[in-house]
Ligand binder design. Structure first.
Ligand SMILES: [Zn+2]
Length: 235
């Protein structure tokens, strides 16, 4: 029966170690820092998308401006070369040149706006980088700490799992089966100690008659807590 309790204690330690391992990111503050970083990253992605849209607008305008410049110099070349053109043709070409010059000025105005609009977004991106840099460093440190703690817990877990297997192998199979069934049903605790007249599995008191009966059982007989159904081992 002491062996069964040893198995139970090891199972309890194993569960606690696993919980501690799962909670490391939360407990160390890493989860909170990573949440802040994710929020900043979302803001950065948003700003980067706006920046990219402005760059694309600027590029499109530049292409249009280049096209207009090309068309205008084509017309100008024709104007200067066309000694035989009629006055009306020259007038039309002149009008076209003027029109293109006006259009280009409009597009250049728009391009300037698109360029100027990039400045505040660049400032926003720089501010976001400045805010996330120390958090990145902090996260890095915490990740290293968590990894170190994980290694320690894993070593403790491996040792506990090894001892558990060794102890459990020596239990009679009927007892072992019953313990496993109870354990899976009763939140990880299949065997409890009888401490005074209290079951330390459910923390309820047993009647003194029941306690007498359990303490009088011959060694090897299995007692059960009448409140919670766990295997009860007199302490
Ligand atoms: Zn109980």
């Amino acid at each position: 029966m002491t062996r069964l309790l040893a198995v139970q204690d090891l199972d309890t330690s194993i569960t606690q170690l696993q919980h501690r391992r799962d909670a490391l990111a939360e407990a160390s503050g890493l989860a909170a820092v990573e949440a802040q970083l994710a929020e900043l990253e979302a803001q950065r992605a948003d700003a980067a998308a706006r920046r990219a849209a402005l760059t694309a607008t600027q590029k499109a305008l530049e292409e249009q401006i280049a096209g207009i410049t090309e068309r205008r110099s084509g017309i100008e070349q024709r104007m200067y070369a066309a000694t035989s053109s009629s006055g009306r043709d020259l007038q039309a070409m002149n009008d076209e040149v003027r029109h293109l010059t006006e259009r280009r000025a409009e597009l250049e105005e728009l391009e300037l706006v698109a360029m100027l609009d990039q400045d505040p977004v660049d400032a926003e991106l720089a501010a976001l980088r400045e805010r996330s840099a120390p958090l990145e460093a902090q996260a890095e440190e915490l990740r290293a700490q968590v990894a170190k703690d994980e290694l320690e817990i894993d070593a403790a877990l491996a040792a506990a799992v090894g001892s558990r297997a060794a102890e459990a192998a020596l239990l009679p199979s009927a007892l072992s089966d019953r313990y496993e069934t109870l354990r899976s049903r009763l939140r990880g605790t299949g065997a409890a100690r009888l401490v005074g007249n209290r079951c330390d599995g459910c923390h309820l008191e047993l009647s003194s008659v029941e306690v007498e009966k359990i303490r009088a059982l011959p060694p090897g007989e299995i007692a059960t807590c009448e409140q919670c159904g766990r295997i009860l081992v007199p302490g």
